[in-house]
Each structure stands twice: as structure tokens, then as C-alpha cells.
Design a protein around this ligand. Structure first.
Ligand code: AMP
Length: 557
């Protein structure tokens, strides 16, 4: 669809704000403070204006405000964090450790979010999709909506959006009917997304999911179920695996018997999985999904499925607020940079060696090339709140900082003085798993656990391999040695001193990580936002992994 007048206005407004970021940010902070001076949190910290905010407002971890947010969720009517009416609670994925947390949402925060969606769409149209008309094969799942004790709707941002009906305008642009999106079972909906997409092969111009994980899962699933899908299309009947009545009836309305199409799909699938996206959907223009941060491990798989179809990275945000927008959708996954969205929150930054009581850096004083942790103050009543993400400044768009997502801040694995974060874990696993190719094995998923139950404690790495029948012990033994010898210096010192025990590489049965996901989703988290926890902190998840271990490797020395 071509750029509309509204699109051009949105882009112009953004550029205008980019030229005068400081004023935009100060204006936002004074609105937040003046509207909420009487709320309990600001009174408690004796903050009423910008000077008192800068002087006294403490930097906090999300856990500090969770009890207050819980009181709001339970129905406490007082203005605890904000004077604005809280309309719902966003349940965040908790990102790396799988523990969900709640964040308040208001009418204004929803408006800010939809403004950013519209801006992103306008940028995409300007940069990539131009006048293209077609449909999106969107691997989207509504997830469960819950109600808090105080009567507020609670769910992930996408769940709240999808279940509010606000997306009904987009429905005609998706290949799947509403019944599939709202379906209660992820695997059944995934099957139907594929089926509906295949029934409209010539219409699909975009293949998308919120996170790269969902897209990779969908294509791995296609590898398993393609014959069943072809059979459905050839016969005009729907597989028995789809048992949910509303999902079935939504798909049956669309399903027709098309033997020619089934033959074409079958012949493409028989050729293998590289470039399958373009071969099945010849008119696809781009793939849209988040490929940065925790999604990086999925990029090689996605690239293989994608062939030469460009992968456009989605924006960067969290349940708390939007942070960055991707102004250059043509950038390849490893070169993605985001531009700060100045109206989304009041942003401050911490140097990585920041200590309590030291000054925060504002967005006019950031240094190119340096890493910072992001602190946000939002319209929904979060003040100097640590998002837990580290970014690296790469440049400026007018006066707006541009940055690459560096990593999650949290230390994930630690036995002694060693501290291994998500980024390092992903890199070590990536290097060690490169050996798998020689044995025609493929790493599907991984996670880790700092096992303190034995003395000394040790790292456990769980791997799920594709087609586990082909396990080659000697290669996996090498992988295990590589893992153990590649972690950081403090880890190596601990290993040499015997204060850290030998690493365990556990190979789990195929499907184990799907069971971990099913378990995490029971807590109400939306499948759309699910990220595999890279470090296990929850006993139930650990039990699922441990009970599925097929083989354990430990280093020989
Ligand atoms: P949630 O609150 O569940 O939506 O998770 C938000 C977190 O997901 C952020 O704090 C980031 O750590 C991560 N995230 C979201 N978008 C991106 C992105 N485009 N690139 C990298 N990480 C992202």
C-alpha cells in the first residue's frame, strides 16, 4: 500500500522531534511529574518536579515495584504510582529467566504504542513495501487473557491487543482467520497458519511473527507436517490433529480441494528446506520479525529458510515501553540499529560500572561506541526503572541516539566469581555447536543451569538436537570440551582451582523444549512473546529438562 498523507505526517513529526530531542524529553518528564505529584510513590520520595526528580529519585530494579503493582492488580483504589486510570496489566515475558512480571497500562500508553506501530508501518512502506498489495502470513497467537483480583484484564501486550478486537482492521491482510489467531492450542494454530498460508500461496507478500523463535518453530514444524498439509489441500479435509471446534470451523470455511496446489507444494517440499519460503510463496517481498538479542541464535535457520528474501528486523520495545524503532528495514540482521523513540518514555542511561548514588547520563551526553544500561521513566508510573538491557551507541539520527542492542544485563550463570551473561552463553554455544555439522547433527534449542547441588557447583548445558537418532558421541564429547574451555577467564580460573566443577552437556529428547514452552505458557504468557529461557531458574522447567535427558557428556579432564 502506498504512503498516505497520515504516514508522511507521522514521519515528519518524528523527524521534528528528532531535531529537538532534549525539549521533547524534558516536556515529557514534566508532564509525567506534574500529572502524578500527588501519587504515593512520588510523595514518598519527595519528588515533585524535575530538579527533585534528578536529585532524589532512586534507580530501581523491577522487583522493587512489583509489590506496589500487585496492590494495584489486587484492586487498591489509591493512586499508588500514577493518577492516570490503569486500564490493564501487561504481563511481560520476564525475558531470560522465564519469570513473568506485571506492568501497568493506561489509555495514553496504548496510544503511544499504536503511534509507534503506525510510524513503523509508514517507514516500512517508505523503505521496502511501497505499492505492494498482498497478505501477511502471520504466525501470531492470541494467548490467554486473565483477570486480576481487582478486576483488571492481564495478559501480554499482544494478547491484550488481540483480545481487545483492536486488530480487526488488520484481519483482512492476514492469511489466517480470527479463529486460528484466537485458538487455545499453539500447535493446532501453527498448523492452521501454515495451511491457510499455503491455500493462498500467490497472495502472500510478507511472512511474519513477532519474534524469530515463532517463525523458526513454524518452519521446523512444516518440515514435520508438510505431507499432512498437502493431504488436507488435496482432499479438502482438515487433519484430525486440529481438534478445537472454533479453529476447525474457521479453517473449514477457507479450505477447498485443490490437487494441483497440493502437488506443487509437495514437489517444492521434496526439494528440501533451503529457500522454502520463496519457493512456496513466490510473491513474498520480505520477512518481518525480531532477530536481535535473544533471537540471534535463530537467524542462521531463518536465513536458510528465507534464501534471498530479506529479513527485516522488528522494533525494540518491552512491556514497559517502546524503546527503539528500526528506521533502516533493509539492514541485514547483524547490522540492525535502532533509533530511540523520544515520546515513548523519559530515557536515562547508566554507565556499566555505575554505583548507587552516582549520576545518570542523559541522552545528550552519550558517547558513540560505549555501552549503557537503559533506565526509563514512563507515563504509566515507572520511575527510573531498570529495563535490564544494555545497548551500544552507534551514532545519531538528527539528535536522536541510535544504538545496537548489546545484551540483557543480568548475570545468568554464576558458580563462584565467574559471571556469564546471555550474550556470552549464546556465543560459546554457537562456536561449540559448529562441530555438529560434521556429524550431520543440528542444534535446535539450548538452555543452561547453574547447578549448585553438587560441590563444587557446575554449569549444565541442555541441547536438543534435530533427529536425535544420529547422535555421534565423539563429536558431542568434543563439543562438551569446547564449551567447558570457552567460558570467560574467571570461569577458567575456577575450573583450574577446582572451585567450579566440570561442565555437563546434557542431550535431551526431541520435543523437550516444546514441553518447556507449554509449561511456561500455562502461566498465561502469550505464545507470540515466548522466548526460550536461556538460563533455567524454575524447578519445574528444570524437572522437564532433567527427565528428558538421553545422554550426558563431561570433559575428560
Ligand atoms: P517483554 O517485556 O516480554 O516484551 O520483553 C522485553 C524484552 O525483550 C526487552 O527488554 C529486550 O530484552 C527484549 N527485546 C524486545 N525487542 C527486542 C529487539 N528488537 N531486539 C532485542 N531484544 C528485544
Amino acid at each position: 500500500m502506498a504512503l498516505t498523507k497520515e504516514d508522511l505526517e507521522l514521519i515528519a513529526e518524528f523527524d521534528e522531534a528528532a531535531r529537538d530531542v532534549s525539549s521533547e524529553q524534558i516536556r515529557l518528564l514534566s508532564v509525567i511529574l506534574s500529572e502524578n505529584t500527588s501519587c504515593e510513590y512520588l510523595r514518598q520520595h519527595r519528588v515533585s518536579d524535575i530538579p527533585t526528580f534528578k536529585d532524589r529519585m532512586p534507580v530501581i530494579d523491577p522487583d522493587v515495584v512489583q509489590p506496589i503493582i500487585q496492590r494495584i492488580a489486587d484492586g487498591d483504589p489509591s493512586s499508588l504510582l500514577t493518577n492516570s486510570q490503569i486500564t490493564s496489566m501487561i504481563v511481560s515475558s520476564g525475558t531470560s529467566n522465564g519469570r513473568a512480571r506485571m506492568v501497568p497500562s493506561t489509555m495514553t500508553s496504548r496510544q503511544i504504542l499504536s503511534q509507534r506501530f503506525l510510524l513503523s508501518n509508514a517507514i516500512l512502506k517508505r523503505e521496502i513495501s511501497g505499492n505492494i498489495v498482498g497478505k501477511s502470513l502471520n504466525f501470531i497467537y492470541a494467548g490467554k487473557l486473565q483477570t486480576t483480583k481487582g478486576g483488571l484484564k492481564a495478559g501480554s501486550s499482544s494478547t491484550l491487543h488481540l483480545r481487545s478486537g483492536a486488530h480487526l482492521n488488520s484481519l483482512s491482510q492476514w492469511t489466517s482467520p480470527l479463529g486460528v489467531v484466537l485458538g487455545p492450542n499453539v500447535q493446532q494454530s501453527m498448523y492452521c497458519h501454515l495451511l491457510c498460508g499455503l491455500l493462498q500461496t500467490m497472495d502472500v507478500t510478507v511472512v511474519t511473527s513477532f519474534l524469530a523463535y515463532a517463525l523458526t518453530e513454524a518452519f521446523r514444524f512444516l518440515e514435520e507436517v508438510w505431507e499432512e498439509l498437502c493431504n488436507d489441500i488435496a482432499t479438502g479435509t482438515l487433519s484430525d490433529r486440529v481438534t478445537d471446534v472454533s479453529v476447525r470451523s474457521a479453517v473449514l470455511e477457507l479450505l477447498r480441494c485443490d490437487d494441483e496446489l497440493a502437488k506443487k507444494i509437495r514437489s517444492e517440499c521434496l526439494k528440501g528446506w533451503s529457500s522454502i519460503i520463496k519457493r512456496l510463496w513466490p510473491n513474498v517481498v520480505y520477512i518481518h520479525t525480531i532477530v536481535t538479542g535473544a533471537m540471534e541464535p535463530y537467524v542462521p535457520y531463518l536465513k536458510d529458510y528465507a534464501g534471498n528474501v530479506p529479513i527485516v528486523c522488528g522494533d525494540y520495545g518491552s512491556s514497559e515501553c517502546t524503546v527503539g524503532i528500526n528506521l533502516n528495514p533493509r539492514a541485514p540482521p547483524d547490522e540492525v540499529i535502532f533509533t530511540l523513540v523520544p515520546y515513548a518514555a523519559y530515557f536515562e542511561f547508566l554507565e556499566l560500572d555505575w554505583q548507587e548514588g552516582e549520576k545518570l547520563v542523559d541522552l545528550t551526553n552519550l558517547e558513540i561506541g560505549k555501552e549503557y544500561e537503559i533506565i526509563v521513566t514512563t507515563i504509566t508510573g515507572l520511575y527510573r526503572y531498570r529495563l535490564g538491557d544494555v545497548i551500544r551507541i552507534t551514532g545519531y539520527y538528527f539528535r536522536l541516539p541510535q544504538f545496537a542492542f548489546a545484551r540483557r544485563k543480568n548475570v545468568m550463570l554464576s558458580i563462584n566469581t565467574d559471571k556469564t551473561d546471555e550474550k556470552e552463553l549464546c556465543e560459546v554455544v554457537k562456536q561449540a555447536s559448529a562441530r555438529l555439522e560434521a556429524g550431520k547433527m543440528d542444534l535446535l534449542e539450548f538452555t543452561s543451569y547453574a547447578d549448585h547441588s553438587s560441590r563444587p557447583g557446575h554449569y549444565t548445558i541442555f541441547w536438543e538436537l534435530k533427529g536425535t537418532v544420529f547422535i555421534e558421541d565423539s563429536i558431542l564429547q568434543f563439543c562438551c570440551e569446547d564449551l567447558d574451555s570457552s567460558f570467560n577467564d574467571p570461569y577458567q580460573r575456577g575450573r583450574a582451582a577446582g572451585t567450579i566443577g566440570p561442565l555437563e552437556l546434557c542431550i535431551v529428547k526431541e520435543g523437550t523444549f516444546y514441553n518447556v514452552m507449554k509449561f511456561v505458557l500455562q502461566s498465561g504468557l502469550s505464545p507470540t512473546q515466548y522466548k526460550t529461557p536461556r538460563c533455567i531458574k524454575c524447578t519445574n522447567q528444570l524437572n522437564i529438562l532433567r527427565s528428558s535427558v538421553m545422554k550426558i557428556y563431561t570433559p575428560s579432564h
